[in-house]
Design a protein around this ligand. Structure first.
Ligand code: HSE
Length: 299
């Protein structure tokens, strides 16, 4: 039997479309063991009712990928999940499931695959590396690839003093739907805008120049197109800045919005809570730190 704890992740961080991501202190715990026959999956916790406990389960599909490569054929598998990560809210629940499945299957196959291969398989299953890499590696990562057989990344430090406020809507948004609203090509001016903001995001975080984060969080490649899928997004960005957020961005493909706030900004949560109540938005707020550790075995 093996058990892993995998963090939620927030991809893009504003301008870093499909390349930046960060692991958050919100976790799914998944255990897997070999049984005599069949497939048994039990999922408990957050949004458990939305998880398919059958052959389509993302954890199981990731496990199959590893078993195909390692040529290990278990007679049967039992999977038990305890989840904290909301489903289809842009917090990397599919990446967490994929990471868990790959790592558990590799453990059951006597760790035949190196971590680079696990990351490549995860990226292939996810389609892009920005959630899966921090889910596995932890912290904030910049990932890039030429194709699925060559995924590279750098893990960065993150300012000690920053915390993330996850503003989680009461509605789900699928990544496919949120990618369909994106244009097939963009104006060179918008591309240049994003290059400057993405570079600024890394530079500001690396040098603790937090006063730049507001500009570093700006994006013209995906957020403006996705805004219409998230009623209230623009106002909540404005309100978050009024309440002292350092930066605000759409988490992954949405629907969650993330505000980066100073640890000492004690009033932030109450101000946003009041605003959401006034607007009759039944959103949940979650105050978390960055998880410097990625997927890890637990007892
Ligand atoms: N980079 C991805 C996107 C993250 O924005 O579509 C969601 O999986």
């Amino acid at each position: 039997m093996a058990k892993v704890k995998v963090p939620a992740t927030s991809a893009n961080m504003g301008p870093g479309f499909d390349c930046m991501g960060i692991a958050l202190e919100l976790y799914n715990t998944v255990e897997a063991r070999i049984i005599g026959s069949g497939l048994e999956i039990n999922t408990f916790g957050r949004d458990a009712g939305y998880i398919e406990n059958n052959q389509n389960n993302l954890i199981y599909r990731a496990m199959e990928k590893v078993f195909n490569e390692t040529e290990f054929k278990p007679p049967g598998i039992r999977i038990v999940c305890h989840n904290q990560i909301p489903v289809a809210r842009g917090l990397g629940s599919s990446a967490a499931s994929t990471a868990a499945g790959l790592i558990l299957a590799n453990y059951l196959s006597d760790s035949k695959l190196p971590m680079e291969r696990i990351i490549e398989l995860g990226t292939e299953l996810e389609g892009h590396p920005d959630n899966i890499v921090p889910a596995i590696i932890g912290g904030m990562t910049i990932s890039y690839m030429e194709d699925f057989s060559s995924v590279q990344y750098i893990k960065l430090g993150f300012p000690e003093n920053l915390r993330m406020v996850l503003m989680v809507p009461d509605f789900m948004l699928g990544t496919r739907e949120a990618r369909e609203v994106l244009p097939k090509s963009v104006d060179i001016k918008d591309a240049a805008f994003n290059v400057s903001r993405a570079a600024l995001m890394v530079a500001a975080l690396m040098t603790d120049s937090l006063e730049h984060l507001k500009y570093a969080s700006q994006d013209k490649l995906h957020q403006p197109y996705r805004e219409r899928l998230i009623p209230g997004m623009k106002e909540i960005f404005e309100e978050s800045y009024k309440a002292g957020a350092r930066g605000v961005f759409l988490s992954g493909a949405g629907s969650t919005l993330v505000a980066m706030v100073d640890r000492e900004n004690y009033g932030f949560l109450d101000k946003i809570k009041d605003f959401l109540r006034k607007k009759s938005l039944n959103w949940e707020l979650n105050y978390v730190g960055v998880s410097s550790q990625g997927a890890a075995y637990v007892q």
